[in-house]
Each structure stands twice: as C-alpha cells, then as structure tokens.
Write a protein that binds this ligand. Structure first.
Ligand SMILES: O=C1O[C@H]([C@@H](O)CO)C(O)=C1O
Length: 553
C-alpha cells in the first residue's frame, strides 16, 4: 500500500457552475475539488491550507471510518477545531475499504458554498470486485443556489425565519445550466438552446462510451437539500454498490439518491450506437422548482455534439413515496457480507421534529436542537473537561403521548449539546422516528448520516414505531450503509456496533437542517484514542489546557 500526499489550498473564487457567475469555495483553483483516487489500504495525507481570509475550514471524508484517527474526521467542534485562515492542518488517514466516497466541508454551511469533491477507493492489489466492467465514470451530484451560503445562513438564523427555497440548478460534476437548456430543442422550455464551445465551466461533462461494453457509474450526492432521481435514456442500471458496500445486484430504471449517499451502477451500452442518450437528474421528495440536470451519454460511434432527439426521461412524481420506498427496499447486502448481531444492547429512539425556540425556527431530536460547543468533543471527553458541554445524557426516547402524525401541540424546544456515551463494542439500535413538521400535513424526507461507522438498515415503517415492528427487522441480509433516509411520517431502524474509539456526528445530511440543529453526537472508547495532534485541539477549553501545559514546562 501507498501513502498518497496532497497539498490543498481552500479559497473563495469566482466561478460559473451553472453559466451564471457567483462565488464558490474551491480547492487549488478547481470546483469541485480534485478527485482523490486511492487503493484500499492506502494512507491519504492532505495538507490543507486555509486561504479563506476570514473564516475557518475543515474537510470531512464522507464514508471513511477513520479507525484509529478520529481526529481526522473533519467535523468542526466534534473531531477538531476549525483551521484558521493562513493555517495548514494535516489530515492523515487510511482508506481501508474499496468504494465510492466523497469529501466536503463540515463547518457552518461550507458544503453549500461548494466545498466538495470525489474520493474513489479501488480494491487492493490482488483483489477483485464482485462484478466486471470495462470502464468507469464518476458523477458527483449537487444543487446550487444563486444566493450565497453566507446569506443563506443569515436567512435561516433570522427571526422571522427565512427559508432558502429550492435550488436554482442541479449540478453534475459541478456543471449545470441555468440560462439555457440542453434539451430546448425537444421540450417547450422557455430557455434557449445552450451553445457551448466545450471549455466553459458550465458545459456538461459528456460520458464517452463504446458500444457493447459495460461501464461502472459511480454516483454520489452531496446536495445541500435536494433528493434526486437519476435516469439514463434507454438504459437500465444494475446497482452493485451502496456507500462503499457491495449489494445484491438489482436492475432499476431510475435511481433515487439522497444527500450523503453513493451508489455504483453498471450500464451495458447495447442501444443504437448511432445515437446519443440523456443522463438526467431530477428533484424528488420536495415539490420541484428546479429544472432537470442534464448531460449526455455519447456512443463514440457518433458525434458527441449530436443531441438526443427524444425528450429527457421523466422522473417519478416528486411525492410518489411508494416508488421511493420500493426502491429503498430493493437494496440488500450482497451474499457473504457481514451480518448484524442478532440482538442489541441499547436502543435509542430519536424523534425528529420541527420546532421554535424564542421565535426562531429549528429542528430538534427528542426536543433538543443541537448547537455545537466551542471546544471539540474529542478533546473535551478525552481530557475530562466537564465544562465543555452538557454532561446530562440526552433523552433515549420521546413522550409516549406524542402524536407523530400531527404538528406539535407545544412547538417549543431547547438548545443542547449533550452526548450519547456508548459502551465500547456494544450493539446500538437507533430508531429514527419522523413526525409532522410545523405545518399541518407536512412531513419531509431526512437522510441521516453516521460518521465513523457503517450501520445495517434493518427496516423502514409507517407511522409510529411500535415494539412489534422489531419482529419484522431484516437480520438476514440488511444493507450496510452510512446514510439512510426516513420517509415522511415513517421510521427507519438502524443497528451498528460501537467499535470505533472517537466522537461521531449523526445528523440529517440536509445542510440547512443540520444548521438548524438536526443532529446528535455519539462517543465511544474515547480513552483509547491516541496521537491526537495538538493542532486539532488548539481552541476552546482544550486550547487553554494546551497553553497552560506549555507554560508549565
Ligand atoms: O426546514 C425547513 O423549513 C421549510 C419549511 O418547513 C418552513 O418554511 C422547509 O421546507 C424545510 O425543510
């Protein structure tokens, strides 16, 4: 195995992700940031220099479990202090499992600002994937607003609350079209046909293929808000990987992908080779106000500039949740994958609600809206700094008489930053319980992402979770994942083993929702954590502690 070194500088820069100029957060002058390619077992070293001038930065390596390096997880206030302007922080971690991953900012709303890129881990030398393909492509999906992330943050934190609304554009590998449409010639869109020379920042990245071959498409979503549906005109997709874990191959016409998820699909280029085909991305789960994102699958037997003569694929209706549920239920572990323990040691039920606190609009978990403390938990717990965060354990459940099908009768919740302390190596079940939001009859999709672990998705259900529902858990072939969705008015059951010493965020991957408090913090085996670089803890109470240690020597 190799050590792969990277020197990165994060900066704000002018860019035109959707043909309209705005400000993005880029890395080494690129948007999205550079793709990291590595082999399972490699060590990645990223020397990250903050060139933002007026704000800190961190980068989270989404899906990488960080065994032995919890300080490199890149979550501000949890695993480290934000890196100050002008400073360089060195992330060093092992990528132990082949798969499709990505990385992104995890401080404030920097992911919404465009701080993200792909991370692809190939199987180790002498290893083989359990499927064959001739070539591969990487599609990193995101959503884009014309209002900058700073203003979005102010809007969400204002009284009265101002919602950010739907994205202006969907981006594929950081490229979308706001003021023109690739499909203008076949749709009655009001936008003109796009005219590209090919070198524009917003010109679509075309996928060039040969006929009669099999291609692997690695698809990840780092959207701030949108749930997406991806289709390829005339081509079926066979799903083979989810979040860095192999799944039972399953053929689908369209792929639902929520923020924080990644998939690999295989396509066979068995269609008319004198034509090109649409690749389309659409919004699902919220009433779409954003045009489809488009690019082209080009059979190299024909000109890449030849646009498909049919209309782009139409996605399932945004609120056809039966379609979404049947899709999610098709995802099962590949035979031979690790199975979950058959019993659990602790069950934590997490009720997701939309609330108000002093007139501000928030999200809360068991009636606590997460506000991150100034001292990173990893250092605070390791060094037993009891003033650093709420020492009271957050609730494991919610009141029995709470009606998840109705808006809260009392909309008030409170701020908190307590930690669920997990016994090292125990099995934890989490039941994510959705509920009605503030408006009557409204319940939204929330994709929950766990840091530091994969979990088994034991099942999804409707309404309020009841003890008898546990009888229907899939313990035979549940998929291992790091992100799972809760459907409106439903619940999702997860199981994981708390075997990774560190402090780990577990949160809704919708950026504004996390910012509004929709997350919790888990910690396990922190006394076993070694070699935390001082630089990771040089803020808050751990910063003071380091200073006084220094002056005593
Ligand atoms: O957090 C959210 O706020 C709005 C809406 O509930 C209130 O404007 C919305 O759609 C969200 O997902």
């Amino acid at each position: 195995s190799k050590t792969r070194h990277f020197k990165w500088e994060v900066e704000y820069m002018y860019w035109s992700p959707d043909c309209m100029e705005g400000v993005v957060m880029g890395i080494n002058g690129q948007f999205p940031g550079p793709t990291i390619r590595a082999v399972a077992g490699d060590t990645i070293v990223v020397e990250l220099t903050n060139r933002l001038h007026t704000e800190g930065v961190v980068i989270h390596w989404h899906g990488i479990r960080q065994f032995g390096t919890p300080w490199a997880d890149g979550t501000a206030s949890i695993s480290q202090c934000a890196i100050n302007p002008g400073e360089t922080f060195i992330y060093r971690y092992k990528v132990d499992k082949a798969g499709t991953y990505f990385y992104h900012g995890h401080y404030g709303m920097q992911r919404s600002a465009g701080l993200y890129g792909s991370l692809v881990v190939e199987v180790g030398e002498g290893q083989k994937e359990p499927f064959h393909y001739d070539g591969e492509f990487n599609l990193l999906l995101s959503d884009w607003w014309h209002k900058g992330s700073q203003e979005q943050e102010v809007a969400l934190s204002s009284k009265p609350f101002r919602w950010i609304g739907e994205p202006q554009t969907l981006l594929i590998n950081g490229r979308g079209q706001y003021n023109c449409s690739l499909a203008a010639h076949v749709t009655n869109s009001s936008s003109p046909q796009c005219q590209f020379r090919g070198n524009e920042q917003c010109s679509p990245q075309i996928l060039h293929v040969q006929p009669h071959k099999t291609y692997r498409l690695r698809v990840s979503s780092t959207t701030a808000l949108a749930s997406l549906n991806l289709q390829i005109g005339n081509h079926k997709m066979v799903m083979v990987e989810a979040d860095g874990n192999y799944i039972q191959p399953v053929a689908v016409d369209d792929l639902d992908i929520y923020s924080g998820e990644s998939y690999s699909v295989l396509i066979h280029t068995d269609q008319d080779p004198s034509k090109n085909y649409w690749i389309s991305v659409s919004v699902r789960g919220r009433e779409p106000k954003t045009p489809q994102g488009l690019t082209i699958l080009n059979y190299q037997t024909t000109s890449a500039s030849k646009l498909p003569t049919s209309t782009p694929p139409v996605s399932p209706l945004w609120n056809d949740y039966n379609h979404s549920k049947s899709f999610s239920n098709k995802i099962l572990a590949l035979m031979g994958s690790p199975k979950p323990p058959t019993t659990y040691n602790r069950r934590i039920i997490l009720l997701n609600t939309q609330n108000t606190i002093n007139g501000f609009t928030k999200w809360a978990i068991n009636n606590i809206s997460l506000t991150l403390p100034p001292t990173p938990y990893l250092g605070a717990i390791k060094h037993r700094l009891s003033n650093a965060f709420d020492q009271k354990s957050p609730p494991e459940n919610f009141p029995n008489d709470y009606d998840v099908m109705k808006p809260p009768t009392n909309t008030n919740s409170t701020y908190g930053n307590g930690v669920y302390m997990l016994e090292f190596r125990t099995t934890v079940d989490v039941i994510l319980q959705n509920a009605n939001a503030l408006a009557t009859g409204v319940s939204e999709i929330h994709p929950w992402h766990l840091h530091g672990h994969d979990f088994w998705v034991l099942g999804y259900g409707e309404g309020k979770f009841r003890e008898k529902d546990a009888k229907r858990f899939n313990l035979k072939n549940p998929p291992l994942r790091n992100t799972a969705v809760i459907f409106p008015f439903g619940w999702t059951a997860l199981r994981f083993v708390a075997d990774n010493p560190g402090v780990w965020a577990f949160h809704c991957h919708i950026e504004p929702h996390l910012h509004m408090g929709m997350g919790v913090v888990f910690a396990e085996g922190v006394h076993l954590v070694k070699d935390v670089p001082n630089h990771a803890l040089a803020c808050g109470l751990t910063g003071k502690m380091l200073m006084s240690n220094y002056s005593h020597h």
